[in-house]
Ligand binder design. Structure first.
Ligand code: GLN
Length: 276
């Protein structure tokens, strides 16, 4: 039921042709991977075949399987996507690991530019003692985050607030123990050179880090201390070549113990800093 499409995708040069064909066929039929295996030999109704062909067409224009299906797994949880959100990426799981290590009992977390809400929702799902606020400029992104928080049972501990960076917050707010962000960090000029699925289907607002790619880190470095308790920390995801510049921004803003951390691929991925 999916092998023919595997061959079509394969001929078009898709590296993950078999997996893509299987996942999209399963989605078109409303079947799990297990059901797909069990019902492998069964004929497919004409409408279902047309539906599957439509999904494959979208894949052939470069749209990712996760966007076509409308969700992606992150930290063992499924996250709904929409046109205003990026797909949660496995690299970002490092930020969640570090946040879980950093937060003491009853910790208060702020996530700036939350998108699908993947970072705070993964933290809250693993830590019933923690509460969080998540912000985003996009109301549409926040509606995906709300849906995801409900789905994973953490909405009572997550406040979703719309606005640009810290402007989404209003005094008096709780002071946070930890501020995290995986902000847009791609140099505006570089976006056009990215892979087709990123360039054409990912929301530009979620990618564009300004002319030098680090504009959001400037805002975070300048304002985070005002929202942290003494000894509180900042953890930001970065592009692999931004470790030194982002560390320098945080140091210049007065943060201490500024450290660049590598991901599993050995690339610079997270910068941590302490509010002293
Ligand atoms: N914080 C969200 C994530 O990690 C959104 C990232 C973004 O839109 N730049 O997926």
């Amino acid at each position: 039921m999916w092998r023919g499409w595997r061959d079509v995708l394969d001929r078009q040069g898709f590296a993950s042709a078999a997996l893509d064909a299987k996942l999209l066929t399963g989605h078109g039929l409303g079947l799990s991977a297990l059901d797909m295996a069990v019902r492998e030999g069964e004929p497919v109704a004409v409408e279902a075949a047309e539906r599957i062909a439509g999904l494959m067409q979208r894949r052939m224009t470069g749209e990712s399987v996760a966007r076509i299906i409308g969700e992606r797994e992150f930290y063992g949880l499924a996250f709904a996507l929409n046109a205003a959100t990026l797909e949660p990426r496995p690299e970002t799981e490092l930020l969640v690991d570090m946040a879980l290590e950093t937060l003491a009992r009853g910790g208060r977390l702020l996530d700036l530019g939350t998108g699908t809400g993947c970072i705070p929702i993964a933290v809250l799902a693993n830590r019933p003692d923690v509460t969080a606020i998540a912000t985003d400029l996009s109301a549409q992104a926040l509606s995906a985050a709300q849906q995801n928080a409900e789905r994973h049972g953490v909405l009572q501990r997550l406040a979703l607030q719309q606005g640009s960076w810290f402007e989404a917050l209003a005094r008096p707010e709780p002071i946070f123990d930890l501020i995290v962000s995986n902000p847009p960090y791609i140099n505006s000029d570089v976006i056009e050179t990215l892979a087709e699925d990123v360039k054409s289907f990912d929301p530009r607002l979620a990618l564009d880090g300004g002319p030098d790619g680090v504009a959001p880190y400037r805002v975070i470095a300048a304002q985070a201390a005002g929202w942290l308790r003494p000894g509180g920390q900042v953890l930001v995801e970065i592009g692999h070549d931004q470790g030194q510049v982002v560390a320098a921004l945080l140091q210049a803003a007065g943060f201490g113990q500024v450290t660049v951390h590598k991901d599993l691929n050995g690339l610079d991925r997270v910068v941590s800093a302490h509010h002293v």
